[in-house]
Write a protein that binds this ligand. Structure first.
Ligand SMILES: Nc1nc2c(ncn2[C@@H]2O[C@H](COP(=O)(O)O[C@H]3[C@@H](O)[C@H](n4cnc5c(=O)[nH]c(N)nc54)O[C@@H]3COP(=O)(O)O)[C@@H](O)[C@H]2O)c(=O)[nH]1
Length: 695
């Protein structure tokens, strides 16, 4: 497209000469417009489209440099060449000082170089405008981006910082300019805290690009430490020579914080903030590695809270969670900072004592833990009692790696539970056989209910005076397809541990009630059926409602049902027990205290319960004919106590005539045991009931 030239001149001689010169241009003519006054020229300029102006400084309405100034102020980006006389170049030169692109002497107006000069000026102006735009674009971009940019010359002296770099370093561009980069960018290693060379310095030394790194901390001018991610590149001139370097860096505090939060979450338990299994495994592995080089013996403690499930079931998960948090806190206070208390899941905790020298040292910590947990916890105004069973394994005897040490401590913990809870046990290798057996029974128990493998046997209770059967005790049996008849001793404790005792107990109650109805329908005089109830069943929040539903559904007479509860079950929470027993009594159910004499219960408390029957534990009955005088004394005392409290007394485990005779002589009401009959199947029991006496 032809360039458009505006000639502003009142000199009618010059204009045709200039026009002629411009039209003679070899690479195409110019479009030429003219204005004879400055006002007209400026008006034309307003419309735009003018590529260059030829300005005669001698205009009628504004003579000399004043005309240039006004024109320049209006159209400063349009190149202006002034026209001057050969002998009067001073004004023209001054105009150049003030921004004009050059001048043309009137003597050369017809010269072919005029169009060439004009074209050069126009082109140069365009390039300059382009450069200006590019620079402006770069400046705005650099100041708009979040990344910090800093550049240096080839000596490593700062020559540019964008706004983000100013903010991050605390240096303004003015202050930083000309200073060595190391002064402005104080970078230290995030791991060691030692000073690092900035990537710019690397680039200037190597003339190579420095890829992104994220292990640096920028220490700002205000001494603020900010983790940064940075990269740098060399800057080359036209000829490819290194002239400086540019570094781009950004604040990665948020990323670092997020990463560390995620790392923490991946290694810690959400509820208690204790290390989780993953972190514990790492720590045990580290402790083992250290132990191989030193004399320390890492010890693993596996803890399981006693009766936690019951608290969770009866008081709700929120209370359970708070208790777990409280327990975590106390456990932390029982160990050294070099040890690790971790939550394994549920109510299980695993503690690594990393620096023990003798296995016995672990006993001190275990004792401390038992003591710490023996103080009740206050949660939501309620006093909660818990304790823990602890299994202990020691490297290297009990395991060569984390998994083995944890597994064996877990096994030992089960033994602590079996030993009455609230104690600790060191792992022994023979425990594993029992653990395998336990696991086997538990997994088989789970399908026993669905597969209908349970049955009830019945053992008669006999009036010692008349010899007649007064009732029966229902005793659970498990008819396993491969193992044959399994006695409760092998599975009741495991069912209690894993909570299966609740559905199993339901089954027992229903089966016993159905049997009572069958016997009643078969015309057998009402005999009471005693059913054993475990602690977990009795404490279960639905126990009463479920029992009521079973009695209603089966149509059994509640008066025929006797619940056998041990002293320890009743004494655990006297108020709750008393309230529940009152409801059961109101329903018509009888209450028997099983294994009486073994629970060391306070008689004054026992007196508060509506108890119908005291069952003297078989261990006292066995002792009757043991040869010592005192042996029968306890039995005698219980019999007279029962008589005074108007409670029936029944002696269990009667095996021989001497025991029978003793009990009869002491006026014990009833007896139960092999001397009368072993537990038998329902049909056999039915025959005895019909006869009224044991076969
Ligand atoms: N929660 C539930 N517990 C139950 C249930 N059924 C039984 N059990 C409890 O299991 C324990 C063992 O019971 P079992 O193997 O059936 O033993 C009972 C009798 O067979 C045994 N017994 C009876 N007479 C004698 C005897 O003369 N000598 C002798 N060595 N043993 C004898 O005693 C057990 C009855 O004990 P008790 O309940 O204390 O009256 C046992 O603790 C059962 O309670 C169940 O359904 N749920």
């Amino acid at each position: 497209m032809a360039n458009r030239i505006l000639i502003i001149s009142a000199d009618e001689d010059d204009i045709p000469v200039l026009k002629r010169a411009l039209n003679s241009a070899r690479d195409g003519p110019f479009d030429v417009e003219t204005a004879s006054t400055l006002a007209a020229g400026m008006a034309r300029l307003e419309h735009g489209g003018i590529d260059a102006i030829l300005l005669d400084l001698m205009l009628p309405d504004s003579q000399g440099l004043a005309s240039f100034d006004r024109l320049y102020a209006t159209g400063r980006h349009t190149p202006i060449l002034t026209l001057c006389k050969l002998d009067d170049e001073d004004n023209a030169k001054e105009a150049v000082q003030r921004g004009a692109q050059g001048w043309l002497s009137k003597g050369y107006f017809d010269n072919y170089l005029v169009p060439q000069a004009l074209r050069n000026i126009i082109e140069r102006m365009k390039v300059e405008q382009g450069l200006y735009l590019a620079q402006e674009r770069a400046e705005i971009t650099l100041n708009s981006i979040g990344d910090a940019v800093i550049s240096t010359d080839m000596r490593g002296h700062v020559d540019y910082l964008n706004v983000a770099a100013e903010l991050l370093t605390g240096w303004s561009r003015e202050d930083a300019s000309g200073r060595p980069i190391a002064e402005v960018l104080n970078i230290v290693d995030s791991a060691t805290g030692k000073p690092m060379l900035s990537p710019v310095e690397h680039v200037l030394q190597s003339n190579l690009l420095q890829a992104l790194t994220g292990d640096a901390i920028l220490v700002g001018r205000d001494d603020k430490h900010v983790p940064i991610e940075d990269s740098a590149a060399p800057i080359h001139d036209w000829d490819g020579h290194l002239v400086g370097a540019v570094m781009v860096f950004r604040d990665i505090s948020a990323t670092v914080a997020l990463t560390s939060k995620m790392r923490h979450q991946a290694h810690h338990d959400f509820l208690t903030n204790l290390p989780n299994r993953v972190l514990l495994n790492d720590r045990i592995t580290q402790a083992i590695a250290l132990a191989r080089r030193s004399r320390v013996r890492p010890v693993v403690l596996f803890l399981d809270l006693d009766k936690f499930k019951h608290i969770n079931d009866s008081l709700g998960h929120a209370v359970g969670d708070r208790l777990l948090q409280g327990v975590s806190e106390r456990l932390r206070n029982c160990v050294r900072t070099s040890d690790t208390v971790s939550r394994h899941g549920g109510d299980e905790f695993v503690i690594l004592l990393a620096n023990e020298h003798r296995a016995e040292d672990a006993m001190v910590t275990a004792d401390k833990i038992l003591l710490a947990l023996s103080t009740p916890f206050m949660v939501d105004g309620q006093e909660l009692h818990t304790s823990t069973s602890i299994g202990i394994s020691v490297f290297p005897l009990d395991g060569m790696d984390a998994a083995a040490l944890i597994k064996n401590a877990d096994t030992a913990m089960y033994h602590a539970k079996e030993r009455g809870r609230n104690n600790y046990q060191f792992f022994r290798h023979d425990m594993n056989t029992r653990a395998v057996e336990r696991q086997l029974v538990e997994s088989n128990l789970r399908r026993a209910l669905e597969h209908g493998e349970f049955t009830l046997h019945y053992q008669p209770k006999v009036n010692l005076e008349s010899g007649r059967i007064t009732g029966v005790e229902a005793l659970l049996r498990w008819q396993h397809p491969d193992w044959g008849l399994v006695l409760p001793e092998r599975f009741i404790a495991i069912a209690e541990e894993c909570g299966l005792i609740v559905p199993i107990g339901n089954w027992v109650l229903r089966a016993a009630c159905m049997q009572a109805v069958r016997w009643r329908d078969a015309g057998i005089a009402a005999a009471s059926i005693a059913v054993n109830v475990s602690a977990l069943e009795f404490r279960h929040r639905d126990f009463f409602d479920r029992l009521l539903a079973i009695v209603t559904e089966t149509g059994a007479d509640p008066a025929c049902l006797q619940l056998e509860l041990t002293e320890s079950v009743l004494m655990r929470d006297v108020a709750t027990s008393a309230a529940l027993l009152a409801k059961l009594k109101a329903m018509g159910v009888q209450i028997a205290v099983d294994d009486f004499g073994t629970g060391y219960s306070s008689l004054s408390y026992l007196n508060q319960f509506p108890i119908d029957v005291l069952k003297i534990d078989q261990s006292f009955v066995k002792a009757i004919d043991g040869g010592m005088k005192s042996n029968g004394a306890i039995v005698g005392a219980v019999i007279s106590m029962g008589r005074n409290l108007h409670q029936q007394v029944i002696a269990e485990g009667v095996e021989d005539e001497a025991q029978f005779a003793f009990l009869k002589a002491h006026k014990c009401n009833e007896g139960q045991g092999y001397w009368f009959s072993r537990p038998v199947e329902a049909m056999q029991m039915q025959a005895m009931l019909r006869a009224g006496v044991c076969a």
